[in-house]
Design a protein around this ligand. Structure first.
Ligand SMILES: C[S@@+](CC[C@H](N)C(=O)[O-])C[C@H]1O[C@@H](n2cnc3c(N)ncnc32)[C@H](O)[C@@H]1O
Length: 357
C-alpha cells in the first residue's frame, strides 16, 4: 500500500470521513507524496496534455489577446501580468516569444507566476531562463497596479466539495472506509446550518452541486484587485455554464480512471461551474463576459489563418500532422467544445475582443 493511502486511511480512522476537498488536497498537495508535489504530470509521457503543450499557436493567440487587452485598458505604463498554475511554463514562454514585436507591452509587464508545486516551479525556472518572471506565494501581496491575469486548466485542478439532494435531504459525498478498510465514497446528511447549503437555492431533488472554497478565495482576491486597480482575467478551462452534475474525474496516463484508485498517482479534477464564477464576479462589481467555447475563442483570434501560414511551406506529412494538432484544439468532440473561455473585466472599461458582456 502506498504511503499516501496509509496516511489517508489513518486520517479517516482518527477524524472520520473526509470531505472530497480534503481528500483532493491530500492527494494533490501532500508536501511529500502529493500528485503535483513530486513529479511533472503534464505532457505526452505524463497523465494529461494541455493546449499549450499541443501547439505553440495556442500561446501565440493568447499572447495577441493579452496585448489587445492591455491596449483596451489604455496601455498602462506598468501592470502585473499574472499566470495562475503555469505547469511547465510553456504558455508564458510562447506568449513572451510571440509578443516580442510589442516592446512597449513587454516593458510595461511585470511577469508573475502563481504556482504551488515546487517540482513545477523548478521546471518553470529552467524552461523560462530567458523570460523575466517572478513567483508569488500569496496573491494578496501583489503590488497595486493594473492587472492582466490568465490561466489555462487551473481552476479545474482546485479541490471541491460535493452535495446532492435525495428524498428532500441534503447529503455530502465524502471519502470513508468500508468494512475491509478500503476507501470508498459514502453520502452523509448535512447539517442545515452548513453555509454552502443555506446560501444555495438551486439544489433540487436528484441534482448535484460542486463548490470550491479555494476557487472562491482566489477569485475574491483577484476580483477585488480588478475592482480597485483595473484589469481583466482570462479563464480557459474544462466546464460549462451550469453545474448540476457530478463532474469529478481521475486521469492517469491520458486515460480516465477511478477517482479513488491510487491516491497521489492520478490527476483529480472537476469541471468548472462558469455560471457560479460569473455570479461571483458580479458580486464584486466586476463584469464577466458571456461564456464562449475554446473553438470560438481561437477562431476569432485567427487560429485557422495562423495554421495556414505555419503550414504553407511544409511537406504533406508535416501538414497532416499540423492539421491533426489544429483539430485537437478546435474540434467539437475534442478540446474545442469541452473547454470554455470566460473573461472578467473591471467595470467601466471597453469590452475586450472577442467577448461580449
Ligand atoms: C492542470 S495543470 C495546468 C498547467 C498549465 N496551465 C498548462 O496549461 O499546461 C494545473 C497547474 O496549476 C497548479 N496548481 C494546482 N493547484 C494550485 C494551487 N492551489 N495554487 C497554485 N497552483 C496550483 C499546478 O501545479 C499546475 O501547474
Amino acid at each position: 500500500m502506498s504511503e499516501l493511502k496509509k496516511i489517508i486511511i489513518e486520517s479517516i480512522e482518527k477524524n472520520g470521513p473526509l470531505p472530497i476537498n480534503k481528500y483532493m488536497e491530500t492527494c494533490l498537495y501532500h508536501p511529500e507524496f502529493g500528485y503535483y508535489m513530486k513529479k511533472n504530470p503534464i505532457g505526452k509521457q505524463g497523465d494529461f496534455i494541455t493546449s499549450p503543450e499541443i501547439s505553440q499557436v495556442f500561446g501565440e493567440l493568447v499572447g495577441i489577446w493579452l496585448v489587445n487587452a492591455w491596449k483596451t485598458l489604455g496601455e498602462p505604463e506598468s501592470f502585473n501580468l499574472l499566470e495562475l498554475g503555469p505547469g511547465k511554463g510553456t504558455l508564458i514562454k510562447d506568449i513572451w516569444r510571440s509578443t516580442m514585436v510589442f516592446p512597449e507591452f513587454q516593458n510595461a509587464a511585470e511577469l508573475l507566476l502563481f504556482e504551488k508545486s515546487n517540482v513545477l516551479r523548478k521546471l518553470q525556472s529552467h524552461n523560462l531562463r530567458k523570460v523575466p518572471v517572478e513567483w508569488v506565494n500569496d496573491l494578496e501581496s501583489i503590488t497595486k497596479k493594473p492587472m492582466i491575469c490568465f490561466s489555462n486548466e487551473f481552476f479545474d485542478a482546485l479541490p471541491i466539495r460535493q452535495f446532492t439532494m435525495k428524498n428532500q435531504t441534503v447529503l455530502e459525498k465524502k471519502v470513508s472506509l468500508n468494512k475491509n478498510k478500503e476507501i470508498q465514497f459514502e453520502f452523509f446528511e448535512v447539517n442545515r446550518d452548513c453555509k454552502i447549503i443555506t446560501e444555495e437555492n438551486n439544489l433540487t431533488e436528484g441534482t448535484t452541486i460542486e463548490r470550491s472554497d479555494l476557487q472562491f478565495e482566489i477569485l475574491k482576491c483577484l476580483c477585488e484587485k480588478l475592482k480597485d486597480n483595473r484589469g481583466c482575467l482570462l479563464i480557459i478551462d474544462y466546464g460549462s455554464e451550469l453545474g448540476q452534475v457530478d463532474t469529478l474525474q481521475g486521469m492517469h496516463k491520458n486515460k480516465y480512471c477511478d477517482f479513488l484508485a491510487n491516491p497521489g498517482e492520478v490527476d483529480l479534477t472537476s469541471h468548472v461551474n462558469f455560471g457560479l464564477i460569473s455570479d461571483y464576479a458580479k458580486s464584486f462589481k466586476t463584469k464577466p463576459s458571456k461564456l464562449i467555447t475554446q473553438k470560438i475563442f481561437l477562431t476569432k483570434m485567427g487560429v485557422f489563418e495562423r495554421f495556414k501560414k505555419l503550414t504553407d511551406s511544409l511537406n504533406e506529412n508535416e501538414k497532416n500532422y499540423q492539421t491533426k494538432t489544429l483539430n485537437r484544439l478546435v474540434s467539437k468532440d475534442q478540446m474545442g467544445n469541452l473547454i470554455k473561455v470566460l473573461a472578467i473585466q473591471s467595470n467601466n472599461e471597453p469590452d475586450i475582443y472577442p467577448f461580449s458582456f
